[in-house]
Design a binder for this molecule. Structure first.
Ligand SMILES: *Cc1c(COP(=O)(O)O)cnc(C)c1O
Length: 351
């Protein structure tokens, strides 16, 4: 820390992304990326003639992209906001809707960025403990009168809330926003996107990073009431109007058009998840009922950190979290069937 860093940031603890080692080739099961490449349409959209236009700014409104996303989810373009990854959108939502007079609430074990954004902007927040079985208890958020941020499925547990529970939270919290972070929704949960027509305080956030194989291009979107979209745009146009670059914009349009390809990939990932879980169970692992593209697993014969380290020594990266309640677990991204077979063999050797 230099002596110049403003005092307000001295105690800020930044988010720690999962490792992205550049030194050697690992089987990467640590940041929930898709093991499959982007669709053919995406590969074709980003071509030499498009690259040669990089001297020109992109469309700040991303009109065609938003039109395509809207059509896919059965809403209108004015209900769609796009950002440079869903992280960008989460940050904007904290900026736009929270403040000293409008607190935030989120689970104590969830996506680590919620707390970081609250701290970054000096927003008071309440962390609501998960239940004994690591679930988000909907009743804790009903009538809470705070801006609610919930990942559904939650990370790193993969556990879900029902649409009915989300409705009740929106219904009972009318003076505050309810943001549902659906980064993993395509792997078996039900989306709240259609509820945005009914609840003017609901924001459904999704990303191209997981189910749409585009973590490297940074694209996320939110579906919400037109007024909320305008509020988010106000923040975007006050920071960086061109946050979606030309190539990402084109890739995003092509990926929506190739939805069938991504749905097929999601199906494969769900099958591989269930196969891997049943094999891990035979090895004595306990797991949550994950509806995501990751498995959250523990084994009484080996600690989470030790398993993480031994897997890394064997060229496989998974994620370990040191928070007390989940320190026995590792989070394993579901890769291809071949990758998971290698993982299972290595784990057999370790335990
Ligand atoms: C991966 C993830 C994000 C971030 O996605 P980007 O679009 O890559 O910024 C947001 N929320 C959750 C819960 C995630 O797991």
């Amino acid at each position: 820390m230099s002596k110049f860093l403003n005092k307000k940031y001295c105690l800020l603890e930044a988010y720690t992304p999962g490792e992205q080692p550049q030194d050697k080739k690992y089987i990467k099961l640590n940041t929930n990326e898709s093991p499959y490449p982007p669709s053919q349409g995406v590969l074709e959209a980003i071509n030499g003639s498009q690259v040669s236009l990089l001297n020109l700014y992109p469309d700040p409104e991303c009109k065609e992209l938003r039109r395509n996303i809207a059509a896919h989810y059965g809403v209108t373009e004015s209900n769609v906001f796009v950002g440079n990854g869903s992280d960008d959108i989460l940050n904007f939502a904290f900026m736009a809707f929270c403040g000293r007079d409008s607190e935030a609430a989120f689970p104590d074990i969830s996506y680590g960025f919620y707390k970081v954004y609250a701290e970054l902007h000096g927003i008071p927040y309440k962390e609501i403990p998960l239940t004994e079985s690591l679930e988000v208890a909907a009743q804790d958020y009903i009538g809470i009168n705070k801006n609610v941020f919930i990942a559904n499925p939650n990370a790193p547990t993969g556990l879900t809330l029902s649409i009915d529970e989300i409705s009740k939270i929106c219904e009972s919290n009318r003076d505050y926003i309810v943001l549902i972070d659906e980064a993993y929704v395509d792997f078996g949960a039900e989306s709240s996107a259609s509820l945005t027509q009914k609840y003017g305080n609901l924001i459904t956030v999704m990303t191209y990073s997981k189910s749409r194989s585009m973590a490297g291009s940074r694209l996320g979107f939110a579906i919400a009431n037109e007024e909320l979209v305008k509020d988010l745009e106000k923040i975007k146009y006050s920071t960086n109007p061109y946050s979606i670059n030309r190539l990402t914009n084109l890739a995003g349009i092509a990926a929506i058009k190739d939805s069938a390809y991504y749905e097929e990939n999601c199906k494969k990932i769900v099958e591989t998840r269930e196969f891997t879980k049943s094999e891990l169970k035979k090895l004595g692992f306990e797991m949550t009922d994950s509806k995501s593209n990751f498995i959250f697993a523990k084994n009484s014969r080996i600690g989470g950190e030790e398993l993480y380290k031994k897997l890394k020594d064997n060229g496989i990266l998974v994620r370990h979290f040191s928070k007390a309640r989940i320190k026995d677990y590792v989070r394993i991204t579901v890769g291809t069937r071949e990758q998971m077979e290698i993982l299972l063999n290595v784990i057999k050797g370790i335990i």
